[in-house]
Design a protein around this ligand. Structure first.
Ligand code: FPP
Length: 277
């Protein structure tokens, strides 16, 4: 599903357009989530300080978002700052990331407007410094009426704490409505997640080669296709997003069903003899 009325394919670079033209428009993902990893390694390989890797990473955020908006991707969700980053990184790095986020929002909201991008957040954002929260609110209010890609930044985010928050909200709702807990459905849990208003991700991209999901959208990625690239986040561009989508389109999604070429189904299970043992 694509936001066809806001497509701007003519704004893609020639290289991006070549990959885009190989895609099946009817099978574009609706929601792409990204674990942006490798800023530190990018800096380390160049004997630079880590903050320069983060700064370069912020440029990738903007460029990838613009490509997403040109191809009419409805939802792009980026893991920008985890609860664990907040607790475990040196104070100086956390405070630099906060400053970087503020200046990123300040300097890029006009570009979000030009690209019809709406910006939102998920996570325990109320625990972030007030001046960061103020800038975040300003950016989301300024872009609220845009109708293209929704860029969601996961900030002070952890999937397990999201599930804890959902359970707390759900149990308060049940108490208010005087309902028993044994009627809880998956839909009830979904309604109380930070992502209640979005479809689950179709594709999860992780940069810098690590094969883990790092407490990101754990409930939502139950049937998500995962694409891991060795490329470090500061080197990731729109063309790499398109290449990941091309790979996604070669996958067969089964959602627990049976795929093509996976054997014939026996019509009468009673006729099947079980092997002894
Ligand atoms: C991982 O790099 C990245 C993060 C800490 C989160 C992503 C942050 C950015 C892209 C910077 C700015 C974002 C915005 C929205 C302005 P790492 O430090 O874990 O890399 P390493 O594993 O190589 O050390």
């Amino acid at each position: 599903m694509q936001l066809t009325d806001t497509l701007r394919i003519h704004e893609l670079s020639a290289e991006e357009r070549a990959v885009y033209n190989s895609l099946k428009p009817e099978r574009l993902p609706e929601h792409v989530a990204i674990i942006m990893d490798g800023n530190g390694r990018w800096a380390g390989r160049r004997s630079l300080k880590r903050f320069l890797g983060h700064q370069q990473g912020a440029k990738s955020v903007q460029l990838v978002t613009e490509t997403a908006s040109r191809i009419g991707l409805p939802w792009l969700t980026l893991y920008a700052f985890s609860l664990e980053n907040n607790l475990r990184r040196p104070k100086a790095e956390v405070s630099f990331l906060m400053r970087l986020l503020r200046s990123y929002l300040e300097n890029n909201v006009q570009r979000m407007m030009d690209n019809n991008v709406r910006i939102r957040y998920i996570g325990r954002t109320h625990e972030l410094p007030t001046e960061v929260q103020d800038k975040m609110q300003w950016a989301s209010e300024t872009t609220a009426r845009n109708t293209g890609t929704t860029l969601t930044l996961a900030l002070n985010y952890g999937a397990r704490s999201e599930i804890v928050d959902a359970f707390r909200a759900l149990s308060a709702e049940l108490a208010r409505k005087n309902k028993p807990a044994d009627h809880i459905t998956e839909q009830d849990i979904h309604r109380h997640l930070y992502t209640a208003h979005m479809p689950d991700p179709d594709l999860l991209i992780r940069t810098s080669g690590e094969m883990r999901v790092s407490n990101y959208l754990l409930w939502q990625i139950a049937y998500t296709e995962i694409f891991v690239t060795d490329r470090l986040w500061p080197d990731f561009r729109g063309i790499h997003l398109l290449e990941a989508i091309a790979d996604f389109q070669r996958r067969e999604r089964r959602f627990g069903g049976i795929g093509e070429g996976c054997g014939e189904v026996e019509e009468d299970p009673a006729r099947i003899k079980l092997a002894a043992g």
